[in-house]
Design a protein. Structure first.
Length: 125
């Protein structure tokens, strides 16, 4: 086996391992609360509402959501996943920390297995 081929094989083998160190370094802080409305006829319609502001986004779930999955994507790659069982009638806020200033992340929210909302979240600072 030639030296070039050995180096190529070594590079291919090491790429997935090196990607773990070259990751985004993104940290996510999460906190939640129960929504202020208690009337099941009032609330987030459709089942999910999302709003964002400079590296922070809030998701409001309607009262019929049984399971929610939040994915944060960077350059098309999922860098964070969070699953909540029975998040009905709650608000959940996420803050992106240690992000590269000027970067944009895509937030994808699935409820009960269906993508319900997508939002771009920019980090200015």
């Amino acid at each position: 086996m030639s030296v070039r081929l050995k180096i190529l094989v070594l590079g291919i083998v090491l790429i997935p391992w090196l990607e773990t160190f070259a990751g985004s370094g993104l940290e996510v802080v999460k906190w939640g609360s129960e929504n202020e409305y208690h009337d099941v006829n009032v609330g987030a319609l459709p089942p999910v509402n999302i709003s964002s502001d400079n590296g922070k986004f809030t998701i409001v779930y309607g009262d019929k959501v049984k399971e929610a999955q939040v994915e944060i994507l960077e350059y098309g790659r999922v860098v964070y996943t969070d699953v909540d069982k029975f998040p009905c009638n709650t608000s959940v806020t996420y803050k992106l920390m240690n992000a590269i200033p000027g970067s944009t992340y895509l937030v994808r929210i699935k409820t009960d297995g269906v993508v319900r909302a997508m939002e771009e979240v920019s980090v200015d600072e």
